[in-house]
Design a protein around this ligand. Structure first.
Ligand code: NAI
Ligand code: MG
Length: 368
């Protein structure tokens, strides 16, 4: 079996705890013969700032470029609240995304049967929910120029953000969405606001063209982003793959997240272009942050981190069977009653990070 190189960046707060939980699962993957990896561990975020004076050292960036995939825990925390803007822990993560040109952010919203009660919606609306939100991550209004605040003659201010998208940027994210849909139900919804935004007009035009030229056998639906927000809450199971820009994707993926229960359950992938060796540049991380309120207490839910590893197996290495086994092991552990505090609900005794990771690893061994 091929051995791939993983760079582990546990980061700050609960990052190292959930990353340790993931490593227990990596061991189980190896024992069962499902997948073997060489791993290297390095610093990112606040811990890197403390050690090197920068939230992402150049040597770490080089390791990230040399790795086949990166698994990151979380960065940040109150300890670094006062540091200069360009040195804040989050800047390390942003630099990593930018330098590796990770333009496609994949955020699944999955509702596990055992957790349907934890959703913000009624069980029948969310049970079996499995949406994949594909958010453009390196363009749009968060990066467009001009971006400034100027002072007007009367002393009041004027703020400008600019939404910019090019054909090439929309094409490449559309390809990611259609390729994913081809392996799922075959349905893509594309959300924009062509009724009021020029970038929305171009978005719709380019997605339509990519569909017609390359994926005519798949189903494409265009939906206005505000209607999409309503539909996500009204009847979320109508969606399979949902592709959208950076800003709408930020908001829509957070809405979808709340349909599934806890932040501690949500994995993500950020993908770049395919490199010369045929591998996609990729970083996998939980959606949650460093959770300083529970850090160091063995309370964090490691499932978002473990689910990020499952995405890594699937999207970086094409190890679909191993990924299915791992996703299944998460489902089994939950069905068996394993609950960290964030998903425990009334009257259930929660277990810790280490015990939850062990429950998933045991369930994985039991499946193979
Ligand atoms: P957060 O996601 O760290 O925490 C929000 C709430 O969810 C907290 O009550 C926390 O205890 C809970 N929570 C989060 N992950 C959990 C898990 N795995 N298990 C159980 N409960 C969990 O967001 P917050 O508090 O806004 O930010 C804390 C720090 O994290 C800040 O410094 C922020 O900048 C940083 N952050 C980093 C991110 C990253 O590394 N990608 C993303 C979001 C925030
Ligand atoms: Mg957000």
């Amino acid at each position: 079996m091929a051995s791939y190189k993983l760079l582990l960046l546990p980061g700050d707060g609960i990052g190292p705890e959930v990353a340790a939980g993931m490593q227990v699962v990596l061991e189980a993957l190896k024992e069962t013969g499902l997948a073997t990896f060489e791993t290297e561990t390095d610093l990112v975020g606040g811990c890197a700032l403390d050690a090197h004076g920068s939230p992402l050292a150049d040597a770490t960036l080089q390791r990230a470029k040399d790795a086949d995939a990166i698994l990151l825990g979380a960065v940040g925390g109150p300890k670094w609240a006062g540091v200069a803007y360009e040195n804040r822990p989050e800047a390390g993560l942003l630099r990593l995304r930018k330098e590796l040109d990770l333009f496609a952010n994949l955020r699944p919203a999955i509702c596990y049967p055992a957790l349907a009660e934890a959703s913000a919606l009624k069980r029948e609306l969310v049970e079996g929910l499995d949406i994949m939100i594909v958010r453009e991550l390196t363009g749009g209004v968060y990066f467009g120029e001009p971006k400034e605040i100027t002072v007007l003659e009367d002393g009041s201010k004027r703020a400008v953000d600019t939404q910019v998208y090019t054909t090439a940027e929309i094409e490449r994210i559309a390809h990611v969405a259609f390729d994913l849909a081809g392996k799922r139900s075959g349905r893509v919804a594309s959300a924009e606001k062509h009724n009021v935004m020029k970038s929305g007009v171009l978005w719709k035009e380019v997605v339509t063209k990519v569909h017609a030229e390359h994926y005519a056998d798949l189903q494409l639906e265009h939906i206005l982003a505000d209607n999409c927000a309503m539909q996500l809450v009204r009847r979320p199971k109508q969606f399979d793959v949902l592709v959208t820009d950076n800003l709408f994707g930020d908001v829509l993926s957070d809405i979808a997240a709340m349909l599934t229960g806890s932040l501690g359950m949500l994995p993500s992938a950020s993908l770049g272009a395919v490199d010369a060796g045929g591998l996609r540049r990729a970083l996998y991380e939980p959606v949650h942050g460093s959770a300083p309120d529970i850090a160091g207490q063995d309370k964090a839910n490691p499932i978002a981190m473990i689910g990020s590893l499952a995405m890594c197996l699937r999207y970086s290495f094409g190890l679909g069977d191993a990924a299915d086994a791992l996703d299944g092991a998460i489902t089994d552990a939950l069905s068996g009653g394993a609950r960290t505090a964030d998903i425990a609900g009334e009257g259930t005794n929660p277990i810790g990070t280490r015990a939850m990771a062990a429950a998933v690893a045991d369930a994985l061994r039991a499946r193979v």
